[in-house]
Ligand binder design. Structure first.
Ligand code: ZN
Length: 156
């Protein structure tokens, strides 16, 4: 838990304790399962895309450490209203943020959205935790790309 103190612990603990959008949306159109064996985090991400490819609902279920649950919770909050393409760009921007590889992207991303995910930027100091933070995003990306039949793992 010492690691959390170094992070934005209040935001993360709040999302970890009371995850937003926990559960399967009524009309989920795609889903994917992901796991991070190093930590034991497991989750399923559900998305409802409309016929224009806009994410109308996002939800998740699963169990894991505070960081994995908080990251999934925060992700589902920012995905609503985003297109499939915007979600994929956010995924890459989020990965850059938590791995400290800022500036590698030249794609336009919604700065305000990235700002809302800043609480998790501190995990870059703890490489083992990066996989906890990115699990939901890898899983979401698989759901968006229709790879829901394969289990996503952040163990690379
Ligand atoms: Zn974890």
């Amino acid at each position: 838990m010492d690691e959390l103190r170094e992070l934005y612990q209040e935001v993360i603990l709040d999302h970890g304790r009371r995850p937003r959008n926990f559960g399967r949306p009524d009309h989920a159109s795609c889903e994917a399962h992901g796991s991070n064996p190093m930590c034991g985090d497991r989750l399923t991400v559900y998305l409802t895309l409309d016929d224009r490819g806009v994410i109308r609902e996002a939800g998740f279920e699963g169990r894991g450490c505070a960081i994995s649950m908080a990251s999934a919770s925060m992700m589902t909050e920012v995905l609503k209203g985003k297109t499939r393409g915007e979600a994929e760009r956010l995924f890459r921007a989020f990965q850059d943020m938590v791995t400290g590889e800022d500036g590698s992207q030249d794609e336009a991303v919604d700065e305000e959205t990235i700002e809302r995910l800043q609480a998790l930027a501190g995990v870059r100091e703890f490489p083992v935790r990066v996989k906890c933070a990115t699990l939901a995003w890898h899983t979401m990306n698989a759901a968006v790309e229709g790879r829901g039949d394969q289990d996503v793992t952040t163990e690379v």
